[in-house]
Design a protein around this ligand. Sequence first.
Ligand code: UDP
Ligand code: MG
Length: 141
Amino acid sequence: MTNRTFAIIKPDATRNANTGLIYDRILKANFKILAAKLVKMSKKQAEGFYDIHRGKPFFKELTDFMSSDICMVLALEKDNAVSEWRKTIGATNPADAEAGTIRKDFATSLGENAVHGSDSDENAQKEIAFFFTESELIANL
Ligand code: UDP
Ligand code: MG
């Protein structure tokens, strides 16, 4: 499973009509898109997805934001997918993100930072399974 990661194009990016530009960055960075779909998360779904952050000061703001509008969720494949995708998106805070990263170019703030990326193989597997069944992934067709 070390070659899979999970990504979200977040509500700020879909609202700002950046979905296509970010999808293009994913392809240009040589990720294979195993599955992609548009979702509008309920508050409860967003809380479930970000369960790892429950209790943190930004949890309410984060889950309000993530359930505020449409997201595109994606299962991605590449060698070392988790670290490669984290490199492609840049630091959590766009102010710290390197030039050429997705967050540098599309994020508006620390909270509204355009994209999500899994932080470990274990979480990537859980996060993919949160939104997709195995049979929905192209690799399994
Ligand atoms: N976040 C926030 N304030 C913070 C830290 C994080 O609003 O102080 C939001 C931000 O949208 C971030 C998400 O919570 O992407 C998850 O935080 P994490 O530390 O896991 O960052 P990521 O893995 O997304 O880079
Ligand atoms: Mg994280």
